[in-house]
Ligand binder design. Structure first.
Ligand code: ATP
Length: 337
């Protein structure tokens, strides 16, 4: 079967890591017709906006996108393109699997957790204003609908992946109404999934527990801002942002993208680690029913990292993006034969 998929190369290291990923997908045996869509700073002059209408049209039509990081120009009055994309497509769930890899230097072993981040509201609703010249106010929105939906999604993932427990992360002791509502919703939804253990942890305590014993945790579900912070922090526990994939799931489509940003400091130097983007495409393949190809790619990446001979700079090696990609392809073909 041929899949129509939107490809957003993005900026910074985006084009390098997406090119690497597309090459690997091509060799995996899946048949993809890519619709390449440009967005971000590079199109502002031409279209007057970093996100021209064709971006949403393409994703709404194809229902699936693979996206490199896109930076929103600061101070030019444009709303974050990533937040806009999530809101316009109602991509309500952000999923970030965080795991250790044998062969990758890390202080921990056997970490295998999933952060399920609410993606549509909280302080990201973008409602803020100046009360006086010296006082600004940002409004945190938490709704029953979005909280129920994200917790339900966390349990769905837990079931699909044979996970044992779901933890709701919050700060309901201080934000009694907003986080209090999230927590009430989480407890109610958990009550309908008796086969999976559930408890809740306050976000500051959760941060401490995660940096001490990340291997103890399974599925964590939380409002938007805590998810943003804890997922970057958890990435640091397993070897850095270059390893962490992500999926944004919604009713109108799904956008798969690495957890990292555009890393302009290393762009164009052939040193970016494409693993996060490759593993995002693995999540994408599972989403579109191509589990066999997904497993093949994932096994090849795991094997290459485990050998430890071809690691990118961020992991202490010297292998370039292009060379790493070729090593993964060779490993994948070797495993297939
Ligand atoms: P954003 O605000 O868009 O999330 P950021 O500035 O917080 O972006 P990133 O761009 O994600 O952060 O990256 C932070 C640093 O981590 C980069 O400057 C880079 O040095 C390193 N980094 C991120 N992604 C990768 C990668 N794929 N390979 C190697 N190093 C990376």
């Amino acid at each position: 079967m041929k899949h129509n998929i939107t490809l957003i190369p993005g900026d910074g290291i985006g084009p390098e890591v997406t090119t690497a990923t597309v090459k690997i997908l091509e060799k995996s045996g899946v048949c993809i017709n890519w619709e390449i869509v440009r967005m971000g700073a590079e199109v502002i002059e031409e279209f007057g906006t970093p996100m021209p209408p064709y971006v949403l049209e393409s994703i709404k039509k194809n229902k699936v996108a693979l996206k490199g990081p896109v930076t929103t120009p600061v101070g030019k009055g444009f709303k974050s393109v990533n937040v806009t994309l999530r809101q316009e497509l109602n991509l309500y769930a952000n999923i970030r699997p965080i795991r250790t890899f044998e062969g990758v230097p890390s202080r921990f072993e056997n970490v295998d957790l999933i952060i399920v981040r609410e993606n549509s509201e909280d302080l990201y609703a973008g409602i803020e204003h100046m009360i006086t010249e010296d006082i600004a106010e940002s409004i945190k929105i938490i709704s029953k609908k979005a909280s129920d939906r994200i917790v339900e999604y966390a349990f769905k993932i837990a079931k699909e992946q044979n996970r044992k427990e779901v933890i709701a992360v919050h700060k309901a002791n201080i934000m009694k109404l907003s986080d209090g509502l999230f927590l009430r919703c989480a407890r109610n939804i958990a009550g309908t999934h008796k086969d999976i253990a559930f408890y809740d942890v306050i976000v500051d305590a959760m941060s401490m527990k995660l940096v001490m014993n990340p291997e103890k945790y399974d599925v964590l579900v939380m409002p938007n801002l805590y998810g943003d912070i804890l997922s970057d922090m958890a990435a640091g526990l397993v070897g850095g942002l270059g390893l962490v994939p992500g999926a944004n799931i919604g009713e109108e489509g799904a956008v798969f993208e690495p957890a990292h940003g555009s890393a302009p400091d290393i762009a164009g130097k052939n040193i970016a680690n494409p693993t996060a983007c490759i593993l995002s495409s693995v999540m994408m393949l599972r989403h579109i029913g191509e589990a066999k190809a997904a497993n093949k790619i994932e096994q090849a990446v795991v094997a290459v990292l485990k050998e430890g001979k071809h690691l990118t700079c961020d992991l202490g090696g010297t292998t370039g993006t292009i060379e790493f990609t070729q090593v993964v392809i060779d490993k994948m073909l070797e495993q297939t034969n």
